[in-house]
Write a protein that binds this ligand. Structure first.
Ligand SMILES: NC(=O)c1ccc[n+]([C@@H]2O[C@H](COP(=O)([O-])OP(=O)(O)OC[C@H]3O[C@@H](n4cnc5c(N)ncnc54)[C@H](O)[C@@H]3O)[C@@H](O)[C@H]2O)c1
Length: 143
């Protein structure tokens, strides 16, 4: 599905969105593009992040897909450095990637629960840890 630009209030801004394969992350990526931002789409599922980036390109926007496991620190550091290396800086971060075990609480194994913790809180922590220095450098991060 191609998206059309809505307005230009984010023109020139460079965003990274984690978990852009589907759902909320894909919607974020398309909306940021529609408002003028370039979007670095990262996901553990490469081919579907590429589809999101392709949809942005078809709509006239600028996007790049990149593999990233948000629970892996070196993977996160490399992925969030991508827009800085390619587009010069980072302005916007959406730490969206997440997972869940859609079962009653007594059903998942401890191993399954630890996988959720690795992706959800740890993934958000690592995304913030490795994007904040870039945001501070751009001058849009926390002060
Ligand atoms: N949908 C809801 O009602 C709801 C409600 C509250 C919170 N959330 C949270 O919002 C976020 C998005 O939810 P959604 O419904 O769009 O889910 P979704 O499953 O459609 O999308 C999650 C995305 O994260 C990616 N992902 C999973 N593990 C990853 C990893 N290790 N590294 C990188 N990417 C990974 C998936 O491939 C997918 O693209 C999640 O963090 C979810 O917990 C969703």
């Amino acid at each position: 599905m191609a998206v059309r630009p809505l307005d230009s209030r984010l023109d020139g801004r460079r965003a990274v969105v984690t978990g852009t394969r589907s759902g909320i992350g894909r919607a974020w990526a398309l909306r940021l593009m529609a408002e003028g931002a370039s979007v670095w789409c990262v996901d553990i599922r490469d081919e579907l992040a590429e589809q999101t980036a392709a949809a942005i390109g078809e709509g006239g926007g600028r996007a790049q897909a990149m593999h990233c496991d948000v629970g892996d620190e070196s993977s996160v550091a490399e992925a969030v450095g991508g827009p800085v290396d390619t587009w010069g800086a980072l302005d916007i971060v959406v730490a969206n990637a997440g997972t869940a075990i859609p079962r009653l609480v007594h059903e998942p194994s401890l191993q399954g629960w630890e996988m959720v913790l690795r992706v959800n809180p740890t993934g958000v922590f690592l995304t913030c840890k490795h994007t904040t220095p870039h945001l501070l450098e751009t001058g849009v991060g926390p002060s």
